[in-house]
Design a binder for this molecule. Structure first.
Ligand code: FMN
Length: 371
């Protein structure tokens, strides 16, 4: 029935069994200080069992404590984390999915004591400290060393988090990068930091696929716009990234009323992915409420994107891929666009539960959270 969705694709030399991927989704399941907990292992086992070809694990910080987004953010900043991370990679691979870990520095969106940024531009009433130029190369090296740890831990790929307005995106954006040195000013100079990161990562990991979560549009009048992003995507493609996973918005646009309304719509970021797809030779992933099989199939069939990213869609119902494949779509438990229970729980620093889960599953996960 779905002749495109359930076909193989090679990405960075790694075979994906179909076009479905889990998009990174932070749910607060790691322990305090980013410990790889039994809960997070159970969660990713379930996500990998779902039948998606690729599981991209939520963001892990390259710089602790300065780069982390929360106390429960995974860590990849030290060699002593490799062993625990390898349990995560193994849990995913044993269930037949390709395992990828996303690495990140929160920059101006990090939690205290972190609060560095390309420039001192206020965010939510706080003023970050602008990085001095001597601090930038060590951060590039932190990304490279973190990526090497991802490889050493047995993951199949690493993803650089250039979305959501975190540090890589902060350098690209004209809104958050007001620097006048080699890392700011012209659009080319704003792109230098992420391109240096990609080059440093690739130099260290060698033959190992490096994907990129890509901010195509900040959805803010003075923010990064698609015209510039198209050029950046071409540079990333030329730099040899294995795929580009497209998204829109940052924390400063997500909660604007028009963006809240937009993000309730099915496939609300497909247009961005389709625009980037026109610019690059490598595969493109699109996510954002791709809740039904026919839409997912049409995206791949029409060439708007090569791969589908499922985040809350898959978490709400890990049987989504199987139900779509065997024509049981009417049995899918859908993420309700009007519900923000998971976000509320995360913002309170609690691990998230999904209000769409059936009663027995809810009870099971509540008991897991109490352990
Ligand atoms: C609670 C929550 C946590 C997220 N965590 C991450 C993350 O760690 N890294 C990332 O690149 N995107 C993250 N995202 C964005 C998702 O990958 C995805 O692009 C978005 O949720 C749209 O897909 P969906 O409608 O299937 O959820 C997160 C989104 C939500 C709602």
């Amino acid at each position: 029935m779905y002749s495109h969705l359930f076909t193989e694709l090679e990405v960075g030399g790694v075979k994906l069994k179909n076009r479905l991927t889990m998009a990174p989704l932070y749910l607060g399941y790691a322990g305090e200080d980013g410990i790889v907990s039994e809960l997070i292992l159970d969660h990713y086992r379930l996500m990998a069992q779902s039948g998606v070809a690729l599981v991209v694990v939520e963001n892990a910080t390259v710089d602790y404590p300065v780069g982390r987004n929360s106390n429960h953010c995974l860590r990849v900043d030290g060699d002593d984390q490799i062993e625990a991370l390898s349990r995560l990679a193994t849990a995913i691979k044993q269930e037949g999915a390709v395992a990828c870990l996303q690495i990140n520095h929160g920059g101006r969106y990090a939690v205290p004591p972190g609060f560095v940024a390309p420039s001192a531009v206020e965010t939510f009433g706080r003023m970050p400290r602008a990085l001095i130029i001597q601090e930038i190369e060590p951060i590039i090296d932190q990304y490279a060393q973190a990526a090497l740890r991802v490889k050493q831990a047995g993951f199949d790929m690493v993803e650089l988090h250039g979305g959501t307005g975190y540090l890589l995106a902060q350098f690209v954006s004209p809104r958050t990068n007001k620097r006048t040195d080699i890392y700011g000013g012209s659009p080319e100079a704003r792109r230098k930091f992420p391109l240096d990161v990609v080059a440093a990562v690739k130099a260290v990991v060698g033959e190992f696929p490096v994907g990129y979560r890509f901010l195509a549009d900040e959805w803010l009048p003075d923010g990064l716009q698609l015209a510039e992003s198209r050029v950046f995507a071409r540079s990333l493609d030329a730099a040899g990234v294995a795929y580009i996973s497209v998204m829109g918005g940052t924390y400063e646009s997500f909660f604007l009323p028009e963006m809240v309304a937009k993000s309730k719509q099915e496939g609300y970021m497909v247009d961005l992915a389709a625009a980037i797809k026109q610019e690059v030779s490598g595969p493109v992933i699109t996510a954002g409420r791709i809740a039904h099989g026919p839409l997912a199939e049409q995206i791949v069939a029409s060439g708007q994107a090569d791969l589908i990213g499922l985040a809350r869609v898959l978490w709400a119902d890990p049987e989504w891929p199987q139900k779509v494949q065997v024509g049981k779509e009417d049995e899918i438990h859908h993420c309700n666009p009007e519900c923000d229970v998971c976000l509320q729980m995360i913002m309170k620093g609690r691990p998230a539960l999904c209000a769409s889960w059936p009663k027995e599953k809810m009870q099971l996960w509540k008991s897991k959270l109490q352990k």
